[in-house]
Design a binder for this molecule. Structure first.
Ligand code: FAD
Ligand code: UDP
Length: 395
């Protein structure tokens, strides 16, 4: 096959671009991935002994309020009615997360109504009232007061980011809601669920098109490969979803990433913790949380003889580790601006996805941003001759 478009990376960003270009424009698309499977970090497989679906790169929960994305993903999979809820185990006691009226009343051994609970938290957060917190520590105390902050946020965040919360940006904590009701849903989105027959079946349907050819175990920077950078650049348009610093040979320095280590264990019991995710916010426990995968699919008839759990440990990524979460220090942001300038100068190469833009993107955001790149850049180029120019790595 002679490709009209080369897509580097078969995660949701790359596959969405490839699917649209093949299906709507009839282009021949070559998709490269250096891993042995498609799907990027959303890849899942059934654990050998138990048949339980395990998300290989950490638990993935799909949720979106974007109607365009919801319509698009439903072409490839149906979703279960799964609703994500998380519990947290502090000093031998289990509380609901995110912090809600149930958490507050259990923690203070009280029966406050919403207004009384608000008043209590206002008093407890009084030490930082009226200030504009610049770091996560102060923001956390201002949001929920020091006792709840120290119990549920301070050490969890320290473990997860391997950084003192005083040195982290305040906005990380804004992702987590605080509710003065008993609503303990983790996400606020309109649509939520898990793919009925698994992530890999969904991903495979996206790639299953006569015009799409997938090349696994293929690194774009392999100089010998017929679809590697040397052979392709300047010949065929490229959508690149790998790490942007790697593309430019780390010329502006390494961007910093957090990675996670996942320790899987198969236990001879039907049920270990009774829920999909249990957080561990205490300082003396080294992992951040435990996932138990059977609970993501209560509708499936999984074995009753065994269960699969995964402990999650967080740390800074070194070269060779999988980059998972952008750390985004001031230093990183300066490097990113320099990479964006370089990206603007790359003719016929578009940068996208989590690694290509150095942005934390949930799946629905990666898919939404790929649909936008397709509509605004790829389609006008192939159907109307518009030059294919990157707006930088910030599509
Ligand atoms: P990726 O999935 O990272 O795909 C990029 C692909 O490019 C990879 O397959 C990689 O092998 C390939 N690649 C890189 N360099 C090269 C190269 N040189 N040559 C060839 N191939 C290359 N989102 C949610 O919505 N809900 C969740 O609960 C959720 N949980 C997450 C948990 C973790 C631990 C992580 C890391 C992410 C989570 N996400 C979640 C985010 C989700 O994984 C991303 O939104 C999604 O993977 C983005 O897709 P992508 O295509 O941008 O990147
Ligand atoms: N967080 C926390 N305690 C918890 C859960 C979350 O302190 O029990 C903080 C932590 O700093 C985390 C942020 O809230 O980075 C956002 O949480 P989320 O679950 O969205 O994080 P993710 O797992 O997606 O990084």
């Amino acid at each position: 096959m002679k490709a009209d478009l080369v897509v580097v990376g078969s995660g949701f960003f790359g596959l969405t671009v490839a699917e649209r270009a093949a299906e709507e424009l009839g282009l021949k698309v070559a998709v490269l991935d250096r891993r042995h499977h498609i799907g990027g970090n959303a890849y899942s497989e059934n654990e050998e002994k138990t048949g339980i679906e395990v998300h290989r790169y950490g638990a993935h929960l799909f949720h979106t309020s974007n109607e365009r994305v919801w319509e698009y993903v439903n072409r490839f999979t149906a979703f279960t009615s799964y609703v994500h809820r998380v519990y947290t185990r502090h000093q031998g006691e289990v509380f609901p997360m995110p912090i809600n009226l149930g958490t507050i009343n259990q923690f203070f051994r009280s029966a406050y109504g919403p207004a009384e609970a608000r008043e209590l938290i206002r008093e407890q957060a009084g030490e930082l009232a009226g200030t504009d917190p610049q770091n996560l520590n102060d923001k956390g105390i201002q949001l929920i007061g020091r006792p709840l902050y120290e119990a549920f946020i301070k050490y969890y965040t320290g473990k997860q980011w391997q950084t003192d919360p005083k040195d982290l940006p305040a906005d990380i904590i804004s992702r987590l809601p605080v509710r003065y009701t008993y609503d303990n849903r983790y996400f606020n989105d309109t649509h939520e669920g898990l793919p009925v027959d698994g992530y890999t079946a969904w991903i495979e349907r996206m790639a299953d098109h006569p015009n799409i050819e997938v090349h696994l175990n293929t690194d774009f920077f392999d100089e010998q490969h017929e679809l590697g950078r040397n052979a392709v650049l300047g010949q065929v348009p490229v959508v690149y979803t790998g790490p942007v610093d790697r593309y430019f040979g780390y010329a502006e320095g390494d961007l910093s990433w957090r990675t996670i280590d996942l320790e899987e264990e198969v236990l001879d019991m039907e049920d270990f913790q009774g829920t999909p995710v249990m957080n561990y916010p205490d300082e003396d426990v080294p992992f951040t949380r435990i996932h138990e995968f059977r609970h993501f699919h209560p509708e499936r008839a999984y074995t009753k003889d065994a269960t699969v759990i995964m402990r999650e440990y967080s740390r800074f990524a070194e070269k060779g580790d999988e980059p998972y979460y952008p750390i985004n220090t001031a230093d990183d942001r300066a490097k990113l601006l320099a990479y964006r300038d370089l990206a603007r100068g790359e003719k016929s190469v578009l940068f996208g996805g989590r690694l290509g833009t150095y942005k934390y993107l949930d799946m629905h955001m990666a898919i939404g941003s790929a649909l936008t790149m397709y509509e605004n850049k790829i389609k006008p180029h192939f159907s109307g001759g518009q030059p294919l120019v990157s707006g930088g790595v910030d599509e």
